[in-house]
Design a binder for this molecule. Structure first.
Ligand code: F6R
Length: 262
């Protein structure tokens, strides 16, 4: 079963993620983190960087792979996912930028870039913990509704809804939001050993209910998490508000032995 943890706020969610990742880095210093952009993981990255500093955790060997990148956007553009990952993850955590990878959205090489990216993840031994956000339409990475649940990293067309949602990062101007992206596929994401999906706010409530309690369908790409052996969904009350089994998730988490972790 996908484990659902209902928290008070983003900081509490971030702290659960940070403790899990800190334990991983201590036991496997060259672990591979799967990284996401967007607003949902920001508190988690903040908490992790605070923990890394307070506990003097050595992150010099940590490797990472981001989920996605806009197609045709200069990597130096402040809203490229390359810049975003540098700003929100690499710099605050003090990671080695050489060890952190983002899909290459350069249009001249994009048709081969997906396969090369999947190969690079495999060569690194696979992703240990993948953090995920979710779109209001149920997308993970940029796998929009209808994406194959077996897909590898490839080019996708963004839906208009995703471009509307992301216009806030582009001066509220949808015309500045690229129409295409390169994204890890759902099949790629499912290969990570542990998936941690974070969602906050009532805008995500329907997507979360579909993900956890709906049928597995490419029309809610995140519902593929139900196929994964170790998936954790961390949500606030608002994002949990449409879950039918909410009381059971709370009961399970409250009675979970501390040694079990997530
Ligand atoms: C970002 C990504 C997207 C976002 C999703 C939610 O790398 O892959 O799937 O996680 O669009 O975005 P936020 O967190 O901004 O609501």
């Amino acid at each position: 079963m996908t484990e659902v943890i209902i928290v008070k706020n983003q900081d509490e969610a971030g702290s659960i993620y940070a403790q899990r990742v800190a334990r991983l880095i201590e036991s496997k210093p060259d672990c591979v983190l799967g990284l996401a952009t967007g607003s949902s993981p920001l508190a988690a990255y903040r908490q992790l960087s605070a923990l890394v500093k307070n506990d003097s955790i050595d992150v010099s060997q940590v490797r990472g792979f981001a989920l996605d990148e806009y197609a045709g956007l200069d990597p130096k553009h402040p809203q490229s996912y390359q810049s975003t990952i540098n700003r929100t993850v690499v710099e605050p955590l003090g990671l080695d930028p050489e060890k952190i990878h983002v899909p290459n959205g350069n249009l001249s090489t994009i048709s081969e870039a997906g396969h090369a990216y999947d190969q690079a993840i495999e060569d690194a031994g696979g992703v240990d913990i993948q953090i995920l956000g979710i779109g209001t339409d149920g997308h993970i990475g940029f796998n929009e509704p209808g994406s194959s649940l077996a897909s590898g990293t490839r080019i996708k067309t963004l839906t208009e809804q995703t471009r509307i949602d992301n216009a806030r990062f582009f001066d509220d101007d949808i015309n500045q939001v690229p129409t295409h992206c390169i994204t890890q596929g759902i099949g790629t994401i499912l290969k990570a050993r542990h998936l941690i999906l974070l969602a906050f706010g009532s805008g995500k409530a329907e997507a979360i209910a579909e993900t956890v309690e709906g049928g597995i369908s490419s029309f809610c790409p995140a519902s593929a998490l139900q196929l994964h052996r170790h998936a954790t969904v961390i949500v606030d009350e608002a994002a949990a508000s449409r879950l039918r089994n909410k009381d059971y998730y709370k009961y399970s988490f409250e009675h979970k032995p501390a040694w079990q972790g997530i």
